[in-house]
Design a protein around this ligand. Structure first.
Ligand code: AOS
Ligand code: ZN
Ligand code: ZN
Length: 426
């Protein structure tokens, strides 16, 4: 399945006049304020977000899973799905694989297919939270933190294997997320578990190719509900520091206790040069993995404001890896991702409009009301015409969801894969 460029162009024709009018209006207003509109549009085009292979089928909960028709059955079909999203949005130029859910069989063919969609391979994810088929050991009581050396070794070897696979595909980073922890007080010794995790991570770290980075993800709970070994950014930061300069913290927006100030965490990490990667999603209660921007768009904007500041002022922090980590049970998974990408770009565009110089002056003057005005002035701007412009310039759709529907992408996927196809790995 491939979306024809010409077809996207045809769907754009109908909305071209209204786009031009709204873009002209906003471009004028912003130019009057001294904003370089072309720069903003270019930055939007450069901002590429990796799509997780596990978000292409319908997710599920412990109460069941309702499949979505036409789900991708193989890695190739997953790449086709990301290709379709990228063709429409021009923002999804990468895929993030999960091993063993996405074991490539023919590397050459996979790479060729990805290249034909202009997609690169972003961070590879290891999986030591499920028992591999016919495995000699079990991760029931943990993996990298396990009390048993044989289990830890097994988990370390798996991570090394994932690095090898990623290396074949051109990935440059490994994301480690651990489910390790305890379900009940007294179940584990916190200090032993942390020490073992540090040792195991270090073993993985030393095998990283020179130009690779290790991302250490943290999460306060689930599937263990009393404690997790890497519970917060501080623990991840400490582990990354002890591993070395190629190890970084990965922030997943859903991995915080309610009301945590994530923008402040982002700022601290960038100041210390340790923000490696990002998992975008949104949540109402916990690690809900909802569509980005669907619940707390202002919080997302404030996070982007911290990210933009960091990218402009913290050369000590390498350019972070942007990934979505969401999954939806009810919506068409591809429409869900398109909505997430739109929300990400919108928050980013608004953050780019913040007058940093004015904000700094207002901060120096302790003009608190003005500080808020400056942020909200940017946040309240309707930046959608800027997003449209950026997509249009690169052959994307003015309105990706509308185009997705009018081009009948889902119908074509169902025709190709069938109504009952189940995404591999799920
Ligand atoms: C789990 O909660 C994390 O967000 C991880 O990033 C995980 O690997 C991913 O969600 C796939 O299961
Ligand atoms: Zn995540
Ligand atoms: Zn998560």
């Amino acid at each position: 399945m491939k979306i024809d460029k010409q077809h996207i162009e045809d769907t754009n024709q109908k909305s071209l006049d209204s786009h031009r009018a709204s873009f002209g209006y906003i471009a004028n207003r912003l130019t009057q304020k001294g904003i370089e509109v072309d720069d903003v549009v270019q930055k939007l085009a450069d901002f590429q977000v990796a799509i997780p292979s596990w978000a292409l089928g319908a997710g599920g909960t412990r109460f069941g899973r309702f499949g979505f028709q036409g789900e991708p059955r193989t890695l190739k079909e997953k790449i086709d799905d990301v290709g379709a999203i990228h063709a429409l949005t021009q923002t999804a130029g990468a895929i993030s694989l999960h091993i063993p859910w996405d074991l490539p069989e023919d590397y050459k063919a996979i790479k060729q297919l990805a290249a034909s969609h202009s997609i690169v391979f972003d961070a590879v994810n290891s999986n030591t939270f499920q028992d591999p088929k016919n495995a000699a050991v079990s991760y029931r009581y943990g993996s990298l933190s396990h009390t048993d050396e044989a289990v830890r070794q097994h988990a370390v070897e798996h991570n090394k294997k994932v690095i090898e696979i990623g290396n074949e595909l051109g990935s440059k980073s490994l994301t480690v997320w651990l489910a390790d922890g305890a379900s009940f007080p007294g179940q584990t010794n916190f200090q032993t578990a942390l020490n073992q995790t540090q040792k195991s991570l270090r073993e993985i770290y030393i095998t990283l190719p020179g130009d690779w980075r290790l991302f250490i993800e943290y999460k306060p709970y689930e599937p263990n509900f009393y404690s997790t070994v890497i519970q917060d950014w501080g623990t991840s930061f400490m582990l990354a520091n002890e591993c070395g300069e190629k190890a970084f913290t990965l922030v997943d927006l859903g991995h915080h206790l309610p009301n945590t100030n994530i923008e402040q965490i982002v700022s601290t990490l960038m100041l210390k040069g340790k923000l490696g990667g990002f998992h975008f999603n949104d949540s109402k209660y916990g690690d809900d993995d909802l569509t980005v921007g669907s619940i707390k768009p202002y919080a997302l904007f404030l996070i982007f404001n911290a990210l933009v500041y960091g990218m402009e002022n913290n050369p000590q922090n390498p350019y972070p890896a942007w990934m979505i980590d969401a999954s939806h049970n009810i919506k068409d998974p591809l429409e869900d991702i398109i909505q997430s990408l739109e929300a990400i770009q919108e928050a980013y565009a608004k953050a780019l409009l913040v007058d940093q110089k004015l904000l700094n002056d207002a901060q120096q003057d302790h003009d608190v009301a003005m500080c808020q005005e400056i942020l909200q002035e940017a946040y309240r701007t309707d930046v959608r015409p800027l997003l449209e412009k950026s997509r249009l310039q690169h052959g994307g759709a003015l309105h990706p969801i509308k185009a997705y529907r009018s081009l009948q992408v889902r119908k074509r996927l169902i025709d190709e894969r069938g109504m009952d196809s189940v995404a591999s790995g799920l």
